[in-house]
Design a protein around this ligand. Structure first.
Ligand code: MGD
Ligand code: MGD
Ligand code: SF4
Ligand code: MO
Length: 686
């Protein structure tokens, strides 16, 4: 590699975790970013938004110095004046100490998510939390519903190696949109299609870019995948595609399941899903006939109140046909659960006090507005430390989130790369490095490599790492832990050694370390990590979480979703945009140009009925709030469904409030989780 091209790893919240090659233009600026060609999962491919990362990294609006708010909240840069790092950190520490003195340590809430997926820069905030006994965070915003649904049947968060997709004879992408959200999956699917003639089936309520290139697109109403999966299983049994030897050996209650499915034929599912019965029957036949069938399970269809149940229902399919036994057969939701890393030092798990209350991050609106049920016996939250996330934009019940952040008695510190709408609510804003300016280690959900990355360029101006901020605050707050006295690299090395992995230096030299399991283990041929080694058609929902009421004993269509009604006749899916990543990249001109503006996709018959033409202003609303948006007639969805792509900043909407105003913050059953694709709304010309 020439000197000015350096290795790195994409830190974004995306299962692909691509191995990167980054052009370094000078000590601070980067040029093009490419995917590592000789890493067999990345295979030389990255998404367009990261290929253009220079736009974000070298952006003129990056934060360069610590800022103190001297004007009103929500006004952006004009409300701030620069201060020194020492002043900024001293002030934050003083405020936290003062808040703790008044109301106890639980009044402080460190809040984070996955702006970077690096384990040191992302999770180090927990070390400060635990050392100080600050309020805990229940991380429900993304994977809680899907993890729960997968673990219910399979038992652990792992599945068949995605590189095996190339050996499949049928690939099913269920409730995910990899062309937009993890492009590398498509590389492996393309191989199976070219080399083995494998058809691609996509199950999605609208014609996504992935559905557009599929051979078969099944288009259920949002929140009805459980019904679809049941009818497919009904047909698998009826058409003689059930592998009875496999079922007897590897599953918990096949006879009971078969009997239960008797009353779930395709006609039953057609009425619920809107997918014609003959389409369900022929998909079941294709799936049943093909032993090497691979289901790539997406996150999208878990973001409903019945999402865990629906994801579990889909994970049952390969257990019926015994597809798990074959190369290229089975399913993958995520492999993030199999790395076995000991994060005690990074997260300060050894000093965690289990008695400290834990607050649900998706419910930050209700929490900050003082919901007693959320706060329990504890004090209100009066101090926030935020890294790696943009809750003002990404969280449900957006109006409540805003109301909470506006509170006069709330002190907020946000460590950010940009003046996001969350940063603009802060009293103190600290400038953060990007992944190209700090060291970290990354695991992946979509593949099996462990990767470390050294910084590629020097930090911009006064930007500092998350690790720096956590350690400096710890010093001022009197928090004790050996992890506060280690460098990033030392923390990485310590974790690797504690986990019986190669050292940090060895890993850096190797670039990517494959942690893949054996074929037998990957395919659960030695049994599933469940009682008796058996896949569970009948999960222990009750044991999984407090909100298990209404969860079905066996796969079904549980009536838990926010159904369309006469008053709210549309079902809204707030899907991701191809060139944004959550709210990240909404600041880059390339992505803004492509996504144009917040848009509602509506069926042409709905548009006609409402008298809407392309580009007309339309108001979507429900009891939580309403937003004004531009309509676009689109025939790739069912009537009564509306799709809004992209977590646009609130400010991109006419009235300053974005799509998450319409999303509920009630915890998705059984364990919590945000239901971004499960809202009933009305639609009116604006
Ligand atoms: N470009 C881009 N890439 C991203 C992201 C992004 O915002 N933009 N976000 C990243 C993050 S944080 C994550 S978690 C992943 C998520 O990646 P995905 O697994 O793709 O999940 P979602 O993005 O939630 O939604 C994907 C699809 O699920 C569909 N869907 C919604 N409800 C249902 C349903 O009831 N049934 C079915 N069958 N389908 C349904 C939506 O229409 C959408 O097309 O992507 C990551 N990658
Ligand atoms: N409507 C709707 N809402 C959704 C979703 C949806 O599909 N629809 N998806 C949900 C999902 S799956 C998720 S995961 C959440 C994600 O929500 P978030 O985790 O909030 O993700 P981002 O919006 O990408 O914001 C990450 C922020 O971290 C910052 N950042 C990046 N790297 C660093 C760093 O090293 N240090 C610091 N201090 N900051 C850094 C970035 O600048 C960015 O502002 O959104 C959820 N919200
Ligand atoms: S596909 Fe995902 S991991 Fe790969 S470069 Fe794009 S955002 Fe990063
Ligand atoms: Mo996510």
């Amino acid at each position: 590699m020439p000197l000015d091209i350096l290795p790195s790893v994409c830190p974004h919240d995306c299962p692909s975790t691509c191995s990167l090659e980054v052009e370094r233009l000078d000590t601070h600026r980067i040029g093009r970013v490419r995917g590592a060609a000789d890493q067999d999962y990345t295979a030389g491919v990255v998404c367009a938004k990261v290929a253009r990362y220079a736009e974000r990294h070298n952006h003129p609006d990056r934060l360069t110095v610590p800022l103190l708010r001297v004007g009103p909240k929500g006004q952006g840069m004009a409300a701030y004046k620069p201060i020194s790092w020492n002043e900024a950190l001293d002030r934050v520490a003083e405020k936290f100490i003062e808040a703790e003195r008044r109301l106890g340590a639980e009044t402080v809430w460190p809040y984070f998510y996955a702006g970077t997926m690096g384990l040191v820069q992302r999770d180090g905030i927990n070390r400060l939390r635990h050392a100080k006994r600050y309020s805990g965070q229940l991380s429900t915003i993304c994977v809680m519903l899907s993890d729960t649904g997968w673990v219910a049947g399979v038992g652990e968060k792992r599945g068949v190696d995605a590189r095996e997709i190339a050996q499949s004879d049928l690939v099913v992408v269920w409730g995910g949109n990899p062309v937009s959200t993890q492009v590398n999956v498509m590389t492996h699917i393309t191989r199976a299609r070219k080399e083995r003639g494998a058809p691609l089936v996509v199950v999605d309520p609208y014609r996504t870019p992935t559905a557009l290139v599929a051979d078969i697109h099944l288009m259920p109403r949002p929140g009805t995948d459980g019904a679809l999966a049941c009818a497919v299983m009904h047909e698998l049994f009826r058409q003689g595609f059930a592998d009875r030897d496999y079922l007897a050996r590897y599953t918990d209650c096949p006879q009971e399941l078969e009997a239960h499915l008797q009353s779930r034929p395709p006609e039953w599912a057609a009425a619920i899903t809107g997918v014609p019965a003959d389409r369900i029957r022929s998909f079941a036949e294709l799936y049943g006939r093909t032993k090497r069938s691979y289901i790539r399970v997406g996150y999208g269809f878990s973001r409903s109140r019945n999402g865990s149940a629906n994801l579990h229902a889909v994970s049952c399919l390969p257990a019926i046909t015994g597809a798990w036994q074959y190369p290229g057969g089975g399913a993958l939701y995520s492999n993030a659960g199999f790395y076995g890393l000991d994060k005690t030092m990074i997260e300060g798990l050894d000093v965690r006090d289990p008695k400290v209350r834990i607050l649900d991050m998706s419910r930050i609106g209700p929490v900050l507005t003082g919901d007693r049920q959320d706060l329990g016996e504890g004090p209100p939250v009066t101090a926030l430390l935020i890294q790696n996330t943009n809750p003002m934009v990404v969280c449900p019940e957006g109006l409540k989130v805003r109301e909470g952040f506006m509170r006069d008695d709330l002190f907020t510190c946000v460590h950010e790369q940009f003046m996001t709408e969350t940063a603009a609510m802060a009293d103190v804003v600290l400038p953060a490095t990007t992944f190209l300016e700090h060291d970290d280690i990354y695991l992946a959900g979509g593949h099996t490599y462990l990767q470390v990355a050294r910084k590629v360029v020097e930090p911009l101006a006064e930007a500092k790492t998350n690790h720096f901020v956590i350690c400096e605050l710890a010093k001022r707050l009197g928090a004790e832990h050996p992890g506060f006295h280690m460098t990033e690299w030392e923390l990485i090395d310590q974790m690797l050694k504690a986990s019986n992995k190669p050292s940090a230096d060895a890993l850096a030299a190797e670039r990517w370390h494959d942690c893949a399991r054996s074929f037998e283990e990957g395919h659960f041929l030695n049994g599933f990590p469940q009682p008796g080694g058996r896949f569970r058609f009948k999960p222990d929902w009750k044991g999984m979480g407090p909100w298990h009421k209404g969860m079905p004993a066996l796969p079904d269509h549980p009536h838990l979703i926010e159904e369309a009604t006469a008053e709210h006749p549309f079902r809204l899916v707030a899907a991701p945009a191809r060139t944004f990543l959550n709210s990240t990249f909404t600041e880059t001109p390339g992505s803004r140009q492509r996504e144009v503006r917040p848009t509602a996709l509506l069926h042409p018959t709905d548009c006609e009925r409402l008298g809407l033409a392309e580009g007309d202003r339309v108001r979507l609303g429900n009891r939580r709030g309403s937003v004004v948006i531009h309509a676009k007639p689109f025939d790739g969805l069912q009537p009564g469904v509306v799709i809004v792509e992209g977590i646009w900043p609130n400010g991109a909407f006419e009235e300053g409030q974005g799509i998450n105003a319409l999303i509920g913050a009630d915890p998705g059953p059984p364990k919590g989780g945000a239901c971004f694709h499960d809202s009933a709304v009305w639609v009116r010309p604006a």
